[in-house]
Design a binder for this molecule. Structure first.
Ligand code: ACO
Length: 363
C-alpha cells in the first residue's frame, strides 16, 4: 500500500507588519495586555488593512472612521489589492518549487480558507485557476483553524487509496479584512492575521516516512463560541443593510469558552493520537500546534508534560492565522532545522465549529 509523504513546504505572508503599539493607537488595548494573554507581539496584514490602520490611528473619532470604511471602503474604494488566493498561490508556488513538482503534475488541490475571495466559487477553485490548470480537481474545506489537518487527512486517503499520486494541501487566510479595529472588535482583532502555508504530498512506498494517522472531531453544538454570519443564511436576506448595521456581518467569539474548549480538546486528541499509535510524549520529536495563543499551547504542554524544546511556535510574529498557522509553523520548523529526516512529528489544531484534530507523521 502507498503512503503519503510531505515532499515540499511553503508559506507566504504580506509584507506589512503591525505591532501591538499600532493597534494600541487604534483601540483601547496595550502591548502588555496582548503579550501577557496571547504571546503575540506582531502580525502581518494585507496592504489594505495596513493603510486603513495607519489612518484609523490618526482619526479623532475611531468608530465614525471605521463605520465610514465599512460603508464606503477606504477612500471610496472597495477592491482589494491582495486576496486570500494571492497568498495561497504564493505559498503553494514555494511548496511546489521545494518539492520539485510542476503544477500540472498535481492530481488534486485541497484548500482551507475561512474567508474566501468569493462566496462562491471557493478559494481552491480560484487558486487552481491561478496555476492555469483547467481540469485538476480543487476541493475546499471550511474547517477554520483545523482546516489544514482535515485537508491532510482527506489528501492522505486519496493517496493511500491509490486514487491520486500528488496532492497540494493549502491553508490560507486573509482574516484582517473582516475585523472591526476599534474597541468594538478589540477582543478578536488583536488575535487574528493574514498568511498562507502549503505542502505537497506525494505517494511513496509504505514503510518509508510519511503520514501515519489522523484523528478528527467536530462539536457543532456550541456555535456561538466562534462564528461569523457574513453572507450566511442565518439571516434573511443573507446580506442586508440591517445585518451590517447590527454588526452581524462581523465575527463573534466567546474568548473564555474557546480557551477552555481548546485546552480540553487538544489534550484529548493528542492523547488519542499517541494512544492509537502506542506512543508516549517522549517518542515524539516535534509538536506543532495551531498558533492561536501561547497561553493555550502552554496550558496543553504543561498538562501533557511536553517539554518546550519539543514544540515550535511562531505566534509571537504572526498571530493567529487560522488554517494557515500549522503549515506556516511546519515550514519554519523545517527551515530552522527543528524537524529532521526520520523525526516523528505531531500536528494538532482546534478552531471554529468547534472542529479539532491531530496528525502524526514520520518526516
Ligand atoms: N485589549 C484590552 N482589553 C481587552 C481586549 C483587548 N484587545 N479584548 C478584550 N478586552 C477586555 C474585555 O473587554 C474584558 O473586559 P471586562 O472584564 O471589562 O469585560 C477583559 O479584557 C477580559 O480580560 P481577561 O479576563 O483578563 O481576559 P482573558 O484572560 O479571558 O483573555 C482572551 C482574553 C485572550 C481572548 C482569552 O480568553 C483567550 O485567549 N481566548 C481564546 C481565544 C482564541 O484563541 N481564539 C482564537 C480562535 S480559536 C482558535 O484558534 C483556537
Amino acid at each position: 500500500m502507498k503512503r503519503a509523504r510531505i515532499v515540499g513546504t511553503g508559506m507566504a505572508v504580506p509584507e506589512c507588519v503591525v505591532d501591538n503599539h499600532l493597534l494600541s493607537r487604534c483601540m483601547n488595548t496595550s502591548d502588555e495586555w496582548i503579550v501577557q494573554r496571547t504571546g503575540i507581539r506582531e502580525r502581518r496584514v494585507s496592504p489594505d488593512t495596513y493603510r486603513m490602520l495607519l489612518r484609523l490611528a490618526e482619526a479623532p473619532d475611531k468608530v465614525a472612521f471605521m463605520d465610514e470604511v465599512f460603508a464606503q471602503g477606504l477612500d471610496g474604494k472597495i477592491d482589494s489589492t491582495l486576496t486570500v488566493s494571492d497568498l495561497a498561490f504564493e505559498a503553494s508556488t514555494m511548496a511546489l518549487k521545494n518539492a520539485g513538482v510542476e503544477p500540472r503534475q498535481l492530481d488534486c488541490i485541497i484548500d482551507s480558507s475561512t474567508v474566501p475571495d468569493f462566496a462562491y466559487p471557493h478559494t481552491g477553485c480560484v487558486l487552481q485557476g491561478k496555476f492555469g490548470l483547467t481540469s485538476t480537481p480543487a476541493i475546499c474545506l471550511q474547517q477554520g483553524c483545523a482546516g489544514f489537518i482535515f485537508g491532510l487527512a482527506v489528501a492522505d486517503q486519496f493517496i493511500r487509496g491509490g486514487i491520486y499520486e500528488r496532492v497540494l494541501v493549502v491553508g490560507a487566510e486573509l482574516l484582517s479584512s473582516i475585523f472591526d479595529y476599534t474597541d468594538r472588535g478589540r477582543d478578536m482583532a488583536v488575535l487574528f492575521a493574514d498568511g498562507a502555508g502549503a505542502v505537497v504530498l506525494q505517494a511513496v512506498d509504505s514503510g518509508e516516512s510519511g503520514l501515519i494517522s489522523h484523528h478528527l472531531h467536530t462539536d457543532g453544538t456550541i456555535l456561538d463560541g466562534l462564528s461569523g454570519e457574513v453572507w450566511g443564511t442565518s439571516t434573511y436576506p443573507a446580506i442586508s443593510k440591517k445585518k451590517i448595521e447590527e454588526g452581524r456581518g462581523r465575527p463573534r467569539m466567546n474568548g473564555r469558552a474557546v480557551f477552555v474548549q481548546a485546552v480540553r480538546r487538544f489534550r484529548e486528541v493528542i492523547g488519542k493520537c499517541l494512544g492509537a499509535n502506542r506512543l508516549t510524549v517522549a517518542d515524539v520529536d516535534c509538536f506543532i500546534f495551531h498558533q492561536a495563543n501561547i497561553r493555550i499551547i502552554e496550558a496543553v504542554t504543561d498538562a501533557l508534560k511536553i517539554p518546550p524544546e519539543k514544540t515550535f511556535n511562531n505566534v509571537e510574529r504572526y498571530g493567529n492565522t487560522a488554517a494557515a498557522s500549522v503549515p506556516m509553523a511546519l515550514h519554519e520548523a523545517v527551515l530552522a532545522g527543528r524537524i529532521k529526516d526520520g523525526d516523528l512529528v505531531l500536528l494538532a489544531a482546534f478552531g471554529t465549529g468547534f472542529s479539532w484534530g491531530a496528525s502524526l507523521l514520520r518526516w
